[in-house]
Design a protein around this ligand. Structure first.
Ligand SMILES: O=C(O)C(=O)C[C@H](O)[C@H](O)CO
Ligand SMILES: [Mg+2]
Length: 402
């Protein structure tokens, strides 16, 4: 089955998405997500100008060979732009292979390892009372796991808190918005949020929290320790992960489980954290970590060390990524949880999909392929809009981690 064409579709149904569509001489098509928030057009150009010309005429069934061809063949390895582009090709080819087989993608990945994919929602509020109400809303919808974020007194805005409640959209400015951050205020406040949540709801639900790379290792150790009474499912991205040794220090101080990796692109980014058992959940996902093929490698390495998966699933990961991730999640043995931040109605209309929500679990659906398509005519009605993720400064003006 020969690849006869491929094109990139950029659309902005409430936010920007980059999608690669591959066509074959047998009439089968497949799509893959290539969205890199705030840097969308870099991946679009990488695909259009550098990858697509190399795809035409290749055998669409040779997924692994094409992956190696794009990874090794570029000479310049790794990085979010390269790996998102490779991921899009890989996802589209898996979609085509599964359609050719007449099977849902998870059947090609070994079949189902579980009945449903446990997901967590993102509950956020301007203060603790509002976050408690939002958590209640998720509980009423049947969620088993909820990530809770609250505004911090004395800080005008912070990561994870927005006026939109069922999803969170940080990329909001034609230039980066500037937030102000205070570690002291945050460390004082975060345990109070989880104290309020456990007092109200008890321990029946999994609670998660995203620190979004803002703490130093010793501060993260202190936070993890202060959250121990509330038994979190995980503390996410407690400190930046470039220096992976940093996590050893956190481990020395707390048994709060640690999740890392939404900004990782390859197995090399995760290798030392996994092999040294410095994390409990690996958050790499399909679009930013080289597609289904590479994510399976990361998960297999993680399985050796009892590290489980917890794929990133914010709104900037398109429904195409979500669909593919759900096929991966339902098949992978060492699955932990899947993030599911809902998309807007406009996004869902552009990307008709077979996946569905049922009482705290997601199901990938049983149509051949990964079950997500793109309505190109509708997509064309939403042209690209420049938008940036925010930046973060300490109260004295020092640029900090966002
Ligand atoms: O969903 C999460 O865990 C995030 O941290 C959201 C990220 O900030 C967002 O996806 C960046 O594009
Ligand atoms: Mg996160």
């Amino acid at each position: 089955m020969k690849i006869t064409g491929a094109r990139v579709i950029v659309t902005c149904p409430d936010r920007n998405f980059v999608t690669l569509k591959i066509e074959t001489d047998q009439g089968l098509t497949g799509i893959g997500d290539a969205t890199l928030n705030g840097r969308e057009l870099a991946v679009a150009s990488y695909l259009t100008d550098h990858v697509i010309p190399c795809l035409i005429g290749r055998d669409a069934h040779r997924i692994e060979d094409i992956w190696q061809y794009l990874y090794r063949g570029a000479y310049w390895r790794r990085g979010p732009v390269t790996m998102s582009a490779i991921a899009a090709v890989d996802t589209a080819l898996w979609d085509i292979k599964a359609k050719a087989a007449g099977l849902p993608l998870y059947q090609l990945l070994g079949g189902r390892s579980r009945d449903g994919v446990m997901i967590y929602g993102h509950a956020n509020g301007g203060d603790i009372a509002e976050t408690v109400d939002e958590v209640q809303r998720y509980i009423e919808m049947g969620y088993k796991a909820i990530r809770a974020q609250s505004g911090v007194p004395g800080l005008a805005s912070t990561y994870g808190v927005s006026k939109d409640k069922m999803f969170y959209e940080p990329a909001d400015g034609a230039l980066p918005t500037e937030n102000i951050w205070s570690t002291e205020k945050y460390l004082d406040h975060a345990p109070k949020l989880f104290d309020a949540l456990r007092s109200r709801f008890g321990f029946e639900h999994h609670l998660l929290h995203d620190v979004h790379h803002r703490l130093t290792p010793i501060e993260a150790g202190r936070l993890g320790k202060s959250l121990e009474p509330y038994r979190l499912f995980w503390m996410e991205d407690p400190t930046p992960a470039e220096n992976q040794e940093a996590f050893r220090l956190i481990r020395q101080h707390t048994v709060t489980p640690i999740a890392v990796g939404e900004v990782f692109n390859t197995i090399w980014d995760a290798k030392d954290l996994i092999q040294n058992q410095l994390i409990d959940y690996i958050r790499a996902t399909v679009v930013h970590a080289g597609g289904i093929s590479h994510l399976r490698r990361i998960a297999d390495l993680a399985a050796l060390y009892q590290v489980r998966t917890g794929c990133h699933g914010a709104t900037d990961l398109s429904p195409v990524c979500m669909g593919a991730a759900l096929h991966f999640d339902i098949s992978v043995p060492n699955f932990g949880v899947q993030e599911y931040m809902r998309h807007t109605e406009a996004t869902d209309a552009v990307f008709p999909h077979a996946y569905s929500f049922d009482a705290g679990y997601m199901l990938p659906g049983d149509v051949p392929g990964h079950g997500v398509e793109i309505d190109e005519a509708l997509a064309a009605k939403y042209p690209y809009q420049p938008s940036y993720l925010p930046v973060n400064r300490l109260e004295d003006g020092t640029l900090w981690n966002w």
